[in-house]
Ligand binder design. Structure first.
Ligand code: NAP
Length: 284
């Protein structure tokens, strides 16, 4: 079998057109959705990510401001800046690019963002809302993965989903979203005794580890759906995911590529969250 691709670029294009149309409608009512992106330090990967986010905003007709600070910015100064943005009516979403320099407490910074502007969905209020099944901002990467499953009409009810990785920003929220859709969910991590025994039972596998080839074809049940969140480099510097794409595409029914899979969807869902933050601010 050769798996069908779930194309994150094509799906993003469709979803971003919808964002642009809704943003234009808000603009006609005097509100331009606005995103503030804060970058502290000179991490090259972070610089690429924030540039992509700012460009995606512009393409969809959203207002964005990129605030760049030197790596020695104090925690107090960053918190002061967030406090200002929390009360800026032109800003509907605030994103602090992670990782932050070691002298800054990232959790404290995230908690300083007003929950109504937490478009990354990392605030404890957003995490709590997700946990209890209430609506708030969903973290963009798992949200994007769910949209990808939706795009292929995949019904998760009664299916076994295996999530590899348990971070607060990907693995855990991913597991909760799959559970909400009535999948039976197994969460694997670095202490999982026999990863292959788990993944071989899975109808859906989400790999969110950050290690090349953590999932290979012999670990995948024929016909499974494989979503690859990982972002790694091959020895010759090419971007790749966590899964052995060439091997697994012969076994899986659907697979996401890297690049062009979950990555663009993450940015798309950031646009959706920012737009929805603006729509909520406009609601009577
Ligand atoms: P993270 O915080 O480092 O978490 C990695 C998880 O993988 C941890 O839970 C860890 O287990 C687990 N793990 C490590 N080695 C393992 C192994 N051999 N077998 C099973 N599990 C293992 O990373 P993250 O922030 O969740 O990100 C994961 C990957 O996704 C990274 O490559 C990141 O760059 C990428 N990412 C991509 C996007 C996108 O838009 N495409 C967005 C976010 C992240 P422990 O908890 O036991 O340590």
């Amino acid at each position: 079998m050769t798996a069908e691709l779930i194309d994150g670029i094509a799906l993003s294009r469709t979803l971003r057109l919808d964002v642009a149309a809704r943003a234009a409608n808000l603009k006609a009512h005097g509100i331009t959705p606005g995103l503030a992106v804060i970058l502290v330090g000179e991490n090259p990967a972070s610089q690429v990510y924030v540039r992509n986010k700012v460009k995606a905003c512009a393409d969809a007709g959203l207002h964005s401001v990129l605030e760049q600070y030197p790596a020695d910015l104090s925690e107090a100064e960053l918190l002061k800046r967030i406090k200002f943005l929390n009360s800026d009516p032109a800003i509907h979403g605030i994103l602090v690019q992670l990782p932050l320099p070691a002298h800054i407490d990232a959790q404290k910074v995230i908690e300083a963002i007003a929950p109504l502007k937490d478009v990354d969905g990392f605030h404890i209020a957003s995490a709590g809302a997700l946990m209890t099944g209430n609506s708030a901002f969903l973290p963009c990467t798992p949200y994007g993965c769910m949209k990808m499953l939706e795009s292929i009409g995949y019904d998760l009810r009664g299916k076994h989903a295996v999530v590899i990785g348990r971070s607060n920003i990907v693995g855990k929220p991913m597991a909760l979203l799959l559970l909400q859709k009535n999948a039976t969910v197994t969460v694997c991590h670095s202490a999982t005794a026999n990863l292959k025994a788990m993944t071989l039972q899975a109808d859906v596998i989400v790999a969110a580890v950050g290690k090349r080839n953590v999932l290979t074809a012999d670990m995948v049940k024929p016909g499974a759906v494989v979503l690859d969140v990982g972002m790694n480099r091959t020895p010759d510097g090419k971007l790749c995911g966590d899964v052995d794409f060439d091997g697994i595409k012969e076994v899986a029914s659907f697979i996401t590529p890297v690049p062009g899979g979950v990555g663009p969807m993450t940015i798309t869902m950031l646009l959706v969250n920012t737009l929805e933050a603006a729509e909520r601010s406009a609601a009577p």
